[in-house]
Design a protein around this ligand. Structure first.
Ligand SMILES: NC(=O)c1ccc[n+]([C@@H]2O[C@H](COP(=O)([O-])OP(=O)(O)OC[C@H]3O[C@@H](n4cnc5c(N)ncnc54)[C@H](OP(=O)(O)O)[C@@H]3O)[C@@H](O)[C@H]2O)c1
Length: 242
């Protein structure tokens, strides 16, 4: 039995959520492709639990959300899961005008972000007891001409969550949509992150870029509110307004 399975929990928002949960003594299962990254995350969380005297159990399971066999095995091997949170995404090579994006790259985005989320709904049915929360993103609501396929995948998650909220009821299914958040996903995009963040922070009504912890707190609140289902919670510093 695990309290919360976090697919993408080895870094960024998923890892920040795991830290909040471990601080409360929850049992957490971290899922991602890189066993090394997961082991480092699990060890760091284990040390934090020891320091705070919590009994939290942290497990890690390597799996690729885009591979049906991995997702099937993930849930077949889980006796009971209260909540599932999906933050997994690989943005490598997906930004640019559509004519410059390889079709295989576009397929990989859809396979992981959208079809992977559907696979989670398909195989978590009957195993998950509380909620499933997906992570979409601001580009679904403010596409900029250089993020079309990621915007489409993110936008599709709202409809997917609504469909699954009906199918899997009373399990609740929701989406959190972050704005720009300072996490490792930005590291491989080959841009001047600091300059881009400073310019965006000036534009946003919140006057700052988000932190992984901002999103982790939103994921936690959506996951725990027993009357929230088929919802999209925007946590974007007001980005949809500018
Ligand atoms: N950061 C932002 O500004 C921002 C803005 C809007 C939306 N988002 C969305 O927020 C979510 C979380 O991103 P983040 O910023 O926290 O990025 P992150 O630190 O890169 O976290 C993503 C995690 O997903 C895992 N992952 C990637 N592909 C996977 C796959 N196929 N199967 C299983 N795990 C996979 C990665 O680990 P492995 O590589 O080891 O698999 C990584 O630990 C993503 O869905 C992203 O699109 C981010």
């Amino acid at each position: 039995m695990t309290d919360v399975m976090i697919i993408g929990g080895g870094s960024g928002m998923g890892f920040a959520l795991a830290r909040l949960l471990v601080a409360e003594g929850a049992d957490v299962t971290l899922v991602g492709r890189s066993a090394d990254r997961l082991d480092r995350a699990r060890d760091a969380l284990g040390r934090e639990a020891d320091l705070s005297g919590q009994q939290a159990k942290v497990r890690s399971v390597p799996a690729d959300i885009g591979r049906e066999a991995d997702v099937a095995e993930l849930f077949a091997g889980a006796e009971r899961v209260e909540h599932v949170v999906v933050t997994a995404a690989d943005a490598t090579g997906v930004y640019g005008r559509s004519g410059d994006i390889a079709v295989d790259t576009a397929r990989a985005v859809l396979d992981t972000k959208l079809l992977g989320a559907w696979l989670v709904g398909r195989y978590a049915a009957g195993v998950v007891t509380g909620s499933i929360t997906f992570t979409s993103g601001i580009n679904a609501y403010r596409p900029n001409g250089a993020n079309t396929i990621m915007a489409a995948a993110n936008g599709g998650l709202a409809s997917l969550a609504s469909g699954l909220a009906i199918e899997l009821a009373p399990v609740r299914v929701n989406v959190v949509s972050p704005g720009w958040v300072d996490t490792p996903i930005w590291d491989d995009l080959g841009m001047d992150k600091d300059a881009a963040f400073a310019e965006m922070a000036r534009r946003l009504p919140a006057r700052r870029i988000g932190s992984a912890d901002d999103i982790a707190r939103a994921l936690l609140s959506v996951m725990r509110n027993p009357f929230t289902t088929a919802a999209v919670l925007h946590v974007d510093g007001g980005h949809r307004l500018v």
